[in-house]
Design a protein around this ligand. Structure first.
Ligand code: URA
Length: 232
């Protein structure tokens, strides 16, 4: 299932459709540590001005699965790690239910800075969706993460990740839980973003959405199991 060397040496930039900018701060062929250190000073768009820090991806370079969300949330922005706030806790729970150990996966976001606006009374930081230009500015980092990790399974969490990686016409509502063709990894799936489950209108709907999310993740768990058995 591992991506071939040929694909890696070509990089993922073509598939991600990033427009390469010679002023691009991403060091070529870098490992995750160097990428993360360099991304800490990224000024490719203006989001750094609002954010506390860059929140780079986290996980082992040998991870077989990479999860990609939209952007760090309020909690992640303060702590400096992806998916450690309420959405991250829900993701952890769903992963555990699906038999996937979070410590074995790589978790990252399309955009590495928290975009927010002050709430009406000023004390809350309200999440704002990143613009197309901000996503484009940040995609070279994700591209570099994909090259460094070369996951066997790539999972897009929510519409921003799915449309950034699989095309703007991709509809998570229609194709969630499906393995789709992509050059980015041998197995690619999009599912809902865990924060959408946190916004469910009531407990019953939240429970149902959680079960569907776990069912999507179980497909990945089964794939990993099959691969493990093949390798044994
Ligand atoms: N939502 C995301 O998309 N990513 C995070 O890291 C946290 C919340």
């Amino acid at each position: 299932m591992r991506p071939s060397k040929t694909k890696s040496s070509q990089g993922n930039a073509k598939s991600l459709q990033t427009r390469h900018n010679p002023a691009d701060p991403v060091p070529p062929h870098a490992g995750l540590k160097q990428l993360s250190e360099t991304a800490a000073a990224c000024r490719a768009c203006d989001l750094w001005k609002l954010a506390t820090q860059t929140v780079f991806g986290e996980g082992s370079p040998t991870s077989k699965v990479m999860f990609v969300g939209e952007q760090p949330g309020d909690y992640e922005d303060r702590v400096g790690r992806p998916f450690v706030g309420p959405a991250g806790k829900l993701l952890d729970k769903a992963l555990a239910e699906a038999g996937i150990d979070r410590s074995t996966v790589y978790v990252t976001n399309v955009v590495k800075h928290f975009k927010w606006a002050a709430g009406e009374r000023g004390e809350k930081r309200i999440h704002k969706k990143p613009r197309y230009s901000e996503i484009q500015a940040c995609l070279p980092w994700l591209d570099a993460e994909l090259d460094a990790v070369r996951p066997e399974v790539l999972v897009c969490l929510g519409a921003t990740a799915a449309q950034s990686l699989l095309g703007k016409d991709f509809r998570v509502s229609q194709r969630r839980g499906e393995f789709v063709e992509s050059q980015l990894a041998p197995c690619v799936m999009a599912t809902v973003h865990p924060s959408s489950i946190l916004r469910a209108r009531d407990d019953e709907s939240g429970h149902e959405q959680m079960q569907q999310f776990i069912a999507d993740l179980r497909k990945i768990g089964r794939l990993l199991e099959k691969d493990k058995k093949k390798a044994a």
